[in-house]
Design a protein around this ligand. Structure first.
Ligand SMILES: Cc1ncc(COP(=O)(O)O)c(C=O)c1O
Length: 481
């Protein structure tokens, strides 16, 4: 073998010839990552938004020292969701064990495509997902597959729903007399539109159902829209309920929606990408009541389960539907009575995300997850209390999860000026407190959004935030007079 041009630690030599070079590089990199994570609260949550240029590829290969220096810059300039002051998005601090699991997974480089290519991980995925399905209240017929994110989970769930409802797995949509439509609340995630587009239904097939003042699906409007669509000659086949909407984190009334889907013979999918974690909470599991009636569920442990990205799954009440309404057999793969996961998953070659999830569940434990979820509610309760104390602030909704959206509503300002002041408030909180809120547009207005995921965010920080908001308000009063 002629590998003269390669660095001495380009690979981990399978016979251990370069173990020292490998170990020293790994130690250096791990030390850097740990140092970065362990000082995250010293740095701003946001990276400097500058334009980065990445040079030409090295012809001779760069020394590990050179790479290390580059990596240093990469870490320094990357977004910092690890700090307790990053509360703007559903990006959690990852469990340490999931980061380590990720490293082990990559060194093993198994492929979830088939049992032959990942004998242990394929079985682990089936069994762990079956156990999680049970936690959602499903029975032994249930199961699912992991995918790279909630968008793919929603896509796969709706693909199975469509194929099952219209029996179109082989023939496709041509010949269908009525346009298939999906009903989902106006607060549902945009990945449903992507799914509809990819499924050949078109984005207009996602019919928005109104939400109430708490951002939850209005079930009266759901029934009204089902009738309306039918009158228009369209064919509603699925309803998507959201458990943890993207902006306000609210949970649709799943039980009532399930009664409606049963009455009209529709598929019920629950997008619990965010809120699915509540099945791990003794106190808050009841918020997902009715989810066991869903035909399919999207769940992203990469969010509220603190598992390093990506980690997501789609679960089916009846796993056999993956065989009948989705499976594409790959004759070139070795066949046993175990269905190769690549045949029943929208992805083929796939990373073994299951290990980091399994390790996190083992390490944190059910009690630990229960506690993490309670910590989120403690913070959101304090947040809501502080908002409600101030007549010049308003809530977008009463939170159902650990997400709180609020805005400042100075009197005598038009909507545009109001949005501008909220943008300034967001900037002020970033500059004065170093705290990052996202600024979504919701129901035509801009809101400050706090996703209180990080258990290291002290309650005292929340109180300090509101002191700064008070100062901002006082400043506004003096500016006005
Ligand atoms: C409710 C909901 N569903 C689906 C998704 C899409 O998940 P992903 O970004 O992992 O594809 C998100 C993302 O935030 C979400 O909030």
């Amino acid at each position: 073998m002629n590998i003269d041009f390669l660095p001495d630690n380009a690979f981990i030599d399978p016979s251990g010839q370069n173990i020292n070079e490998v170990a020293s590089l790994i130690k250096k990199f791990i030390d850097l990552a740990v140092e970065n994570s362990a000082s995250a609260d010293q740095r701003s949550p946001l990276s400097r938004m500058k334009k980065y240029t990445f040079g030409e590829f090295s012809v001779q290969g760069m020394s590990s020292e050179g790479i290390f220096l580059q990596l240093h810059e990469i870490l320094k300039n990357s977004l910092n969701p690890l700090t307790p002051n990053y509360i703007g998005h559903m990006d959690s601090i990852p469990t340490l064990i999931s980061c380590l699991g990720e490293f082990i997974t990559t060194t093993l480089n198994n492929n979830m495509l088939s049992l032959e290519m990942s004998p242990l991980f394929s079985q682990m995925e089936v069994q762990v997902l079956r156990n999680i399905a049970r936690m959602f209240g499903y029975d032994e017929k249930s199961g699912g597959v992991m995918v790279s994110g909630g968008s793919l989970a929603n896509l796969q769930a709706l693909a199975v729903a469509r194929n099952h409802y219209f029996s179109v797995k082989e023939e496709g949509l041509i010949g269908l007399k009525e346009q298939p439509v999906i009903l989902a609340s106006e607060a549902s995630h945009t990945s449903l539109h992507k799914a509809a587009m990819l499924l050949g239904l078109g984005t207009s097939s996602v019919i928005a159902v109104k939400t109430n003042q708490n951002s939850q699906m209005d079930t009266l409007d759901l029934e009204k829209k089902i009738h309306k669509m039918r009158e228009k000659g369209k064919k509603p086949f699925a309803v998507v309920a959201t458990a943890g909407t993207t902006v306000t984190g609210n949970i649709d009334p799943i039980l009532s929606i399930a009664e409606i889907t049963k009455k009209y013979g529709l598929w019920l999918h629950v997008d619990a990408a965010y809120g699915g974690a509540l099945v791990f909470s003794d106190k808050h599991r009841k918020r997902l009541s009715g989810i066991e009636k869903a035909d399919s569920i999207t769940f992203n442990p990469q969010k509220w389960m603190y598992v390093a990205k990506t980690c997501a799954m789609v679960l089916f009440k009846n796993r056999d539907l993956l065989e009948t309404d989705f499976r594409i057999s790959a004759p070139y793969m070795n066949h046993t009575d175990f269905t190769n996961l690549g045949e029943i998953c929208v992805q083929g070659t796939r990373h073994a995300d299951i290990l980091k999830l399994y390790l996190s569940l083992q390490h944190i434990g059910l009690k630990g997850y229960d506690q993490l979820i309670n910590e989120g509610y403690l913070r959101v309760d304090e947040f809501v209390k502080q908002v409600k104390k101030r007549p010049y602030l308003e809530l977008a909704s009463e939170p159902d999860t650990n997400i709180c959206c609020f805005r400042w509503r100075p009197k005598n300002l038009d909507a545009k000026q109001c949005d501008q002041w909220n943008l300034e408030l967001q900037q002020c909180l970033l500059q004065k407190e170093g705290v990052f809120f996202s600024l979504p547009t919701y129901k035509g207005k801009r809101w400050l959004r706090a996703v209180l995921l990080n258990p290291f965010t002290p309650i005292s920080t929340i109180r300090k935030i509101f002191k700064t908001i008070d100062d901002f308000f006082i400043h506004y009063q003096s500016y006005k007079s």
